[in-house]
Design a protein around this ligand. Sequence first.
Ligand code: ZN
Ligand code: ZN
Length: 284
Amino acid sequence: MSESILAAEPAIRLAAFLGVLVAMALWELAAPRRRREIPRVIRWTNNLGLVVVDTAILRLTFPIIAVGLAAMAEERGWGLLNNIDAPFWVAVVVSMLLLDLMIYLQHVMFHTIPGLWRLHRMHHADLDFDATTGLRFHPVEILISMGIKLAVVAVLGPPAVAVLLFEVILNATALFNHANIDLPRPVDRVLRLFVVTPDMHRVHHSIDPRETNSNYGFNLPWWDRLLGTYIAQPTKGHEGMEIGIEQFRTRRDLWLDRMLIQPLRGPASGHALDPQNTKKEPTE
Ligand SMILES: [Zn+2]
Ligand SMILES: [Zn+2]
């Protein structure tokens, strides 16, 4: 079974990615939540260009990625779940939950360690918030994430199908929860009990460091609520809040070449442990 999954993997990924991206783009046109500050052409060209760079670097660096390793572990009996007698569906659910918790913890770590924040802040330096923001990650962050994920897969031994499902869902939810779409408030209120909504994740893209360092979840909203990093709404409201971080606020900073060298520029301020954060009252 795992061989057919591996064969179908690229097609499943691409179809889900393009399908959700087009759906979100149309939804953003039909019912935008916020006014755009930056012309779409600058951000979309560079954010999508970054996806191409990221994918190429990832493929060149890792000969095997998470689904492949999970299939291999299944075959050879590596990892916890391949050595206990759990029903298949239990193994799938447990794996997906643990992978999501791992992504949450990793996100907290990228906000907390200054050197890692230098990589991850590029995701936050986008000056608008739409579906393509969900794709904006520095290639070195992508490589580190994959290294961590491979280690987790090796230890946990999840079913390959669970890893594939998790990655496809994460890709789709990242496009969804960054989308500039206006969900009716009652829908948002119910939906965010089960999945991270755009209004919940937009708080994470606020320029106010206390809000930047909150709502770390990408899929499930429960980790933030359980572990005390949840902020329901931005202080200035969704229309009034500023998107981005203090640094890198020019249009030139949105270009692909500037994104790639951004980790080397300026101080690593604004990370979760920066003592300056508490001093910065939101300016009125
Ligand atoms: Zn973040
Ligand atoms: Zn984000």
